[in-house]
Design a binder for this molecule. Sequence first.
Ligand code: NAP
Ligand code: MG
Length: 493
Amino acid sequence: MEIKKNYINGKWVESETGRTLDILNPATGEVIGVVTHSSAVDAERAIQAAKTAFYQTREWRDMDAQTRADILLKIADLMEARADELARTDTLDNGKPLRESEGDISDAIHCYRYYAGLVGAPEGSTYQVNQGFGKMHSYEVREPIGVVAQITPWNYPLLMTAWKLAPALAAGNCVVFKPSDLSPLSTVMQFEIFEQAGLPAGTANLVLGSGTEVGVAFSSSMDVDMITFTGSTAVGQDIMKRAACNVKKIGLELGGKSPLVIFADCNLDAAVEWAMIGFLFNQGEVCSAVARMYVENSVKDEFVKKLVAKMEAMTIGNGLENPDIGPVITEKDMNRILGMIETAKSEGAKVLTGGYRYTEGDCAKGYFIKPTLLDCKQGMTPVREEIFGPVGTIVGFDTEAEAIALANDTEYGLAGAVFTENGAKALRVTTELRAGITWVNCCEPTFNQAPWGGYKMSGIGRELGVHGMEEYQETKQINIALEPGAPGWYVNG
Ligand code: NAP
Ligand code: MG
């Protein structure tokens, strides 16, 4: 198998270590690719290439804005031409149903187009000031931050790549990038497309390797000006500590344990289907999964009955065959999730459906879990901790105030959803939720235009939208004295 390489300073290069890593398909356990496996030395080479490109060569940063936008549009067009191959790659690498990968690729393509459109968009403010030193004209300009390091997780391989690279590049930065070791193949294709689209050498550099070697080299570097990361809260905390060495700017999109509040006055059939999307999409391996369900006690049994019936009818299988749900990412994760279900049982949770490894037919070769619903009490481990798999919990409530208190009883604050036909109630609950993304009578959708990110231990900063571009920019104020001559401040000097 051809070894996929790093892309540093416009060249495809193997790691100085000579090491390689096998990439597995979680549906079959089979090897589907081999990548070079880099060290801190490789990471440093990439950082120096980005530093030279930003501070010395300056080609991307100083490029005519229309040409820069054209390159981003060309990247989108080239991705579109390879969309089927990209979607297939993400399904093989991550396991998700093919139609979900196709949706991811489409969103990723539009993310580049969206940020191409923001190149040269209005930015900053102007102020007319007269405060002690006479009249001044003050205005803001936005500038790229410099060398940006980016690290992504495995659950949305190409989409997370686009969410990070499109705004960082649109803003004129130079980037060093590390995808997850578990699903790096579509990111390699993304960099092939960068080369084809004419991105100048050193502008975007790919380093394939582990978080503990390459990721740590990024966060500890004195030459990286900003680091953005999507992944677990524990790793986010490590990055934050190391980033202190040179006071890097940080952007963190971390874990979640998001609530789904279902009131008796909602359209229950619609709520059941949305709930399934909310906690079973992408095998439940979604940071914003609303897997912590709270259901008004008067409809709890009915909701559970309908939900269990639909969950039990779901097809499970190899993502290429477009089942309702695919395998979880690794054997280790499968065992972690099954262990979490065992913990739940030992704490008194009742398994309403699922709760076991699914091994029918060819699924015996992969890492499949039967979609699982647990009847829980607040405070049990599966209600508190992120599961990141096809497992939801149900807890009952009686009043709106109780629902809000239960929903907010978490250290996380990424997302939350509420189902009710009462508009005022929906508004009250979403207003009270301490979370960055909230939904009414739906869950899961996100848009390139709208800011994405969490409160509390779910992160710092926002991705996507105009905010997402601003995260990759410095703001400078320029103050111009309008009065002629000196202000005459010193009496004796
Ligand atoms: P993870 O273990 O935190 O890994 C994420 C990335 O960080 C991987 O590329 C990993 O490299 C790297 N990494 C590991 N240790 C590192 C370190 N010390 N310094 C720098 N980088 C390091 O998370 P995951 O298991 O891939 O993804 C699941 C988590 O991501 C969940 O908690 C989920 O909620 C969160 N997530 C959040 C969002 C969001 O938008 N908020 C979106 C998706 C996922 P390796 O290649 O070595 O693993
Ligand atoms: Mg894989």
